[in-house]
Design a protein around this ligand. Structure first.
Ligand SMILES: [Zn+2]
Length: 98
Protein backbone atom coordinates (compact mmCIF):
# COMPACT_ATOMS: atom_id res chain seq x y z
CA UNK A 1 0.00 0.00 0.00
CA UNK A 2 1.22 3.44 -0.93
CA UNK A 3 2.21 5.53 2.06
CA UNK A 4 -0.31 8.26 2.84
CA UNK A 5 0.98 11.82 2.77
CA UNK A 6 -0.52 15.24 3.29
CA UNK A 7 0.15 18.61 1.72
CA UNK A 8 -1.57 20.18 4.73
CA UNK A 9 0.82 18.95 7.42
CA UNK A 10 4.23 17.27 7.39
CA UNK A 11 3.52 14.63 10.02
CA UNK A 12 0.31 12.61 9.76
CA UNK A 13 1.02 10.92 13.10
CA UNK A 14 0.00 14.02 15.09
CA UNK A 15 -3.27 15.95 15.23
CA UNK A 16 -3.40 18.99 12.93
CA UNK A 17 -5.06 21.00 15.72
CA UNK A 18 -3.55 19.80 18.99
CA UNK A 19 -0.44 17.77 18.19
CA UNK A 20 -1.91 14.75 19.99
CA UNK A 21 -0.84 11.35 18.68
CA UNK A 22 -4.37 9.93 19.18
CA UNK A 23 -5.49 10.53 15.60
CA UNK A 24 -7.56 9.30 12.71
CA UNK A 25 -6.67 10.12 9.12
CA UNK A 26 -9.36 12.35 7.65
CA UNK A 27 -10.07 12.67 3.91
CA UNK A 28 -10.73 16.37 3.46
CA UNK A 29 -13.21 16.02 0.59
CA UNK A 30 -15.96 13.44 1.19
CA UNK A 31 -18.00 11.47 -1.27
CA UNK A 32 -17.87 8.62 -3.71
CA UNK A 33 -14.53 8.33 -5.50
CA UNK A 34 -13.05 11.31 -3.71
CA UNK A 35 -11.21 9.39 -1.01
CA UNK A 36 -8.83 8.15 -3.71
CA UNK A 37 -8.46 11.67 -5.08
CA UNK A 38 -7.68 12.96 -1.59
CA UNK A 39 -4.96 10.34 -1.28
CA UNK A 40 -3.59 11.15 -4.74
CA UNK A 41 -3.33 14.88 -4.03
CA UNK A 42 -2.38 14.63 -0.36
CA UNK A 43 -5.60 16.17 0.91
CA UNK A 44 -5.52 14.34 4.23
CA UNK A 45 -5.41 15.57 7.79
CA UNK A 46 -4.68 13.77 11.04
CA UNK A 47 -7.27 14.69 13.64
CA UNK A 48 -7.99 13.79 17.24
CA UNK A 49 -11.45 12.16 17.67
CA UNK A 50 -12.77 15.38 19.22
CA UNK A 51 -11.98 17.26 16.00
CA UNK A 52 -12.66 14.37 13.62
CA UNK A 53 -16.09 12.96 14.46
CA UNK A 54 -16.73 13.08 18.21
CA UNK A 55 -17.11 16.77 19.04
CA UNK A 56 -20.03 18.98 18.01
CA UNK A 57 -17.59 21.18 16.08
CA UNK A 58 -15.72 18.22 14.53
CA UNK A 59 -15.23 18.18 10.76
CA UNK A 60 -17.84 15.44 10.31
CA UNK A 61 -20.41 17.01 12.64
CA UNK A 62 -20.03 20.54 11.28
CA UNK A 63 -19.04 20.35 7.61
CA UNK A 64 -18.23 23.43 5.53
CA UNK A 65 -17.69 25.65 8.53
CA UNK A 66 -14.91 26.26 11.04
CA UNK A 67 -12.13 23.69 10.91
CA UNK A 68 -13.66 21.71 8.03
CA UNK A 69 -13.92 24.80 5.83
CA UNK A 70 -10.38 25.85 6.77
CA UNK A 71 -9.03 22.45 5.68
CA UNK A 72 -10.99 22.50 2.41
CA UNK A 73 -9.86 26.04 1.58
CA UNK A 74 -6.23 25.26 2.40
CA UNK A 75 -6.38 22.17 0.17
CA UNK A 76 -8.04 24.07 -2.68
CA UNK A 77 -5.47 26.87 -2.47
CA UNK A 78 -2.73 24.24 -2.65
CA UNK A 79 -4.42 22.64 -5.66
CA UNK A 80 -4.62 25.96 -7.49
CA UNK A 81 -0.97 26.74 -6.68
CA UNK A 82 0.45 23.33 -7.60
CA UNK A 83 -1.93 21.13 -9.57
CA UNK A 84 -4.30 23.04 -11.79
CA UNK A 85 -6.99 25.64 -12.32
CA UNK A 86 -10.12 26.34 -10.28
CA UNK A 87 -12.19 24.82 -13.08
CA UNK A 88 -10.16 21.62 -12.85
CA UNK A 89 -10.59 21.63 -9.08
CA UNK A 90 -14.37 21.92 -9.43
CA UNK A 91 -14.42 19.11 -11.99
CA UNK A 92 -12.78 16.83 -9.41
CA UNK A 93 -14.29 18.04 -6.15
CA UNK A 94 -17.65 19.42 -7.39
CA UNK A 95 -17.55 22.90 -5.89
CA UNK A 96 -15.24 25.76 -5.02
CA UNK A 97 -14.70 26.54 -1.35
CA UNK A 98 -12.96 29.86 -2.05
ZN1 LIG B 1 -12.94 11.86 8.32
Amino acid sequence: MKKLYSVIQDDLSVCFVTGSTNVAIHHIFPGKGRRKLCEKYGFLAALEPEYHNMGSQSVHAAPNTGLDLKLKQTAQRYFEEHYGTREEFINLFLTSYL
